[in-house]
Design a protein around this ligand. Structure first.
Ligand code: AKB
Length: 318
């Protein structure tokens, strides 16, 4: 029998939708409370409860934590890199302040564990592109990267100073067929599959030889749950763990898709997100996560491509 009561913020987003389902399988719907900005409607979430809540509303969030006697928070609500560049001040407010609110509640003993997603966007320019290690100097040049780097430092601070159990992963680009991505730089790697099936062609806003780290959602959810289940004393990183997944360029992904859909053609027309991608690593060294909490992956580029196409064909009725 579980003793955890879980609140998920951003539960209707790309990670949130799938993480909620897995948490419901593990802990039971009655122990999982989803939250988001949408109005409730039937079938919105598999969680036992849904709170329509703006995560920036400190008092309301605190009340929800108390009402449900929440022990664990997966705080996923965030603006991604592309959208953050368009609304810098709002991105800073949303990506950092609610995290501090949860850390304060953990410090007071209201909740016992927090998960918070960081990103490969923390790295930025002036560091080698390949196999980027955990402890390199962080030099983000995007609003999103700055907010995530600051969040990481706050996590580390609350752990060091108050023993707050806040755990975090630097997610690479996430690919899934269930829920579309929204506002990220790596989103091309999701959009391309929809267009490949619908139009047999895709115009990429990222240039053909730009490699970025990516991860299939199944592996991302497994990694998140593994980190959260790891004994506290095994964890050596209290900012955020590097997570590499796979690394590929739009050209390499197009070649994989062509194996399944031979008529597929890709073209390129870079937009403002190219500059963001250029400031990010091409590949990541995640050996510390592998050692500390046994991180591993099931999906490479071929397995991911086959699984995406198989499932999207059913979803889109192709
Ligand atoms: C984005 O592209 O903004 C995100 C990320 C890598 O954090 N997918």
């Amino acid at each position: 029998m579980t003793t955890e009561k879980i609140l998920i913020t951003g539960a209707l987003g790309q990670i949130g939708t799938e993480l909620t389902n897995r948490l419901v399988e593990i802990h039971g719907a009655e122990n999982v409370i989803a939250s988001g900005l949408d109005r409730w409607q039937k079938g919105l979430t598999s969680a036992g409860y849904y709170e329509r809540m703006d995560v920036s509303n400190t008092q309301l969030v605190r009340q929800v934590i108390k009402d449900y006697e929440i022990t664990t928070v997966y705080h996923l609500a965030s603006l991604l890199s592309g959208t953050s560049e368009k609304q810098p001040l709002f991105a800073w407010k949303l990506n950092v302040e609610p995290l501090l609110n949860f850390c304060e509640m953990a410090k007071e003993g209201l909740i016992s564990k927090i998960f918070w997603p960081s990103s490969i966007a923390v790295f930025g320019t002036g560091i080698p592109k390949e196999n980027v290690g955990q402890d390199v100097v962080l030099n983000p040049t995007t609003v999103y990267g700055i907010s995530k780097m600051s969040g990481e430092k706050w996590c580390e601070y609350y752990f060091d100073k108050y023993g707050v159990d806040v755990r975090s992963i630097r997610y690479p680009g996430l690919i899934s067929w269930k829920t579309p991505a929204g506002g990220g730089t790596t989103d091309y790697a999701v959009e391309i599959f929809y267009e490949a099936l619908e139009e047999k062609k895709y115009k990429s806003y990222i240039t053909e030889n730009t490699a970025m780290p990516m991860l299939y959602m199944d592996d991302a959810i497994d990694a998140t749950l593994k980190l959260m289940a790891a004994p506290k004393e095994n964890l050596t990183i209290h900012s955020s763990y590097n997570l590499g997944g796979m690394s590929f360029t739009p050209k390499e992904l197009a070649a994989e898709i062509k194996k399944e859909i031979p008529e597929f053609e890709i073209s390129y027309d870079a937009d403002f997100r190219q500059k963001i991608a250029d400031s990010w690593p091409a590949s990541i060294d995640d050996s510390i996560a592998k050692k500390d909490w046994d991180l591993n992956y099931t999906f490479g580029i071929s397995e991911m491509t086959q699984d995406m196409i198989k499932n999207l064909k059913i979803k889109l009725g192709k």
